[in-house]
Design a protein around this ligand. Structure first.
Ligand code: SF4
Ligand code: SF4
Length: 369
């Protein structure tokens, strides 16, 4: 069988050729010629070799967008404190306020009223919840910057030979931490706060300055928060996806919704070699090779297992028994976020009703007090 060149030598769309150059093997100069593989050289289905570089590119794009949003908010905050020229407040900063959005969602369901203070946060939250149901935790695997940071720290830990995978007996106690945190927030918001107390909280100075408080957390961290962040980062070098798999209550909520999703990774036991390469590649260390359908709440829909599997057709993505193209996961999550953003923007549910000068007054009050 003749060797087949892949990449720019092979006809294909420009994006495919760009991704080819980002493949880790290519960057290391190892990939020149490949055996033909119906699973990788396939015009109609997913090109599995392109999944890791495509994921890195999409994660990097969202991370850059998050950093840009943070920078724009910093400039607005500085304007509010009279330090710089005026910069508009970026509504997307509210995407970092999921607890606030959970309260707003309860109020929306109970009263039909959209959050007027942080409307973009509610829109983003709804998009992410909907994405979790239809496309699993694709938000965690393809969008959230913490996922990219976790990948980087884990790979660095591996290079330094200080990384380890939690033993089975420790895994379930660790997994319970994020559910305990989620249970705490759900109990307070859904069971302890009625509509009146949520509305009152929304109008409170604390809620109006919550974005500034978040920024101050990073600009001027207390000794305790500095210690906590440093410990988390250091432990992320040794424990794979520590925050995403074991600690994040937002991820826990998305995981519970994703467990009901029709879309999932599917294994064909008849083709499986039980080589466990899928488990090694999985950021959540899921034992894919022991399952037929991967519905674990920890699955972040990253598709690294599909890319790692050496047996063509053994792993794919499916819904209701039908094969679904694997690109549907990242494309679906991104499409839902963009669609909800557009809908909120066009219907006047994206920008806050509070004037900038009111934010300025509250920020000054927060810093003074
Ligand atoms: S990588 Fe593929 S062949 Fe190997 S154990 Fe996993 S599913 Fe089976
Ligand atoms: S099971 Fe596959 S898609 Fe899910 S987290 Fe693990 S590697 Fe990613």
């Amino acid at each position: 069988m003749p060797d087949v060149l892949v990449g720019p030598e092979r006809p294909g769309p420009l994006c495919r050729r760009i991704l080819y150059h980002l493949m880790p093997e290519r960057l290391l100069g190892k990939l020149r010629v490949m055996e033909p593989d119906p699973g990788t050289i396939n015009s109609g289905k997913c090109d599995r070799r392109l999944i890791p570089p495509a994921r890195k590119l999409i994660q990097a794009a969202w991370t850059l967008f998050s950093l840009y949003t943070g920078w724009q908010f910093y400039r607005f905050y500085s304007w509010a404190l009279h330090y710089t020229d005026y910069t508009p407040r970026p509504p997307a900063v509210e995407a970092f306020l999921p607890i606030d959005a959970l309260m707003s969602l309860k109020r929306l369901i109970m009263t039909g009223s959209w959050d007027p203070i942080h409307p973009a946060g509610l829109a983003f939250f709804i998009a992410v919840l909907a994405g979790a149901f239809f496309f699993r935790r694709g938000f965690c695997g393809w969008v959230c910057p913490v996922g990219l940071l976790s990948d980087i720290t884990w790979k660095a830990g591996q290079a330094m030979k200080i990384s380890f995978t939690a033993p089975a007996w420790l895994r379930y106690p660790l997994l319970s931490i994020k559910y305990i945190l989620l249970g705490f927030f759900v109990w307070i918001i859904l069971f302890r706060m009625d509509n009146a107390s949520i509305s009152s909280f929304m109008q409170s100075p604390y809620n109006i300055t919550v974005d500034a408080r978040m920024l101050e957390f990073f600009l001027h961290p207390s000794p305790v928060s500095t210690l906590a962040v440093v410990a988390l980062v250091l432990l992320s070098f040794t424990t794979r996806h520590l925050w995403c798999t074991y600690l994040c209550p937002y991820g826990a909520l998305l995981g519970l919704i994703a467990a009901c999703s029709p879309l999932h990774v599917r294994r064909n036991p008849g083709l499986c070699l039980e080589c466990r390469k899928c488990e090694t590649a999985c950021p959540a260390s899921i034992r894919i090779w022991k399952k037929q359908n991967v519905r674990a709440p920890e699955c972040i829909g990253c598709l690294e297992c599909l890319a790692a599997c050496p047996e063509t057709g053994c792993l794919d993505t499916a819904a209701a028994g039908q094969t679904v193209p694997c690109w549907a996961m990242p494309a679906g999550v991104t499409a839902i976020i963009i669609a909800v953003w557009l809908a909120a923007l066009l219907t006047g549910h994206w920008h806050t009703t509070l004037p900038d000068n009111v934010f300025r007054l509250y920020y000054l009050g927060f810093l003074a007090g």
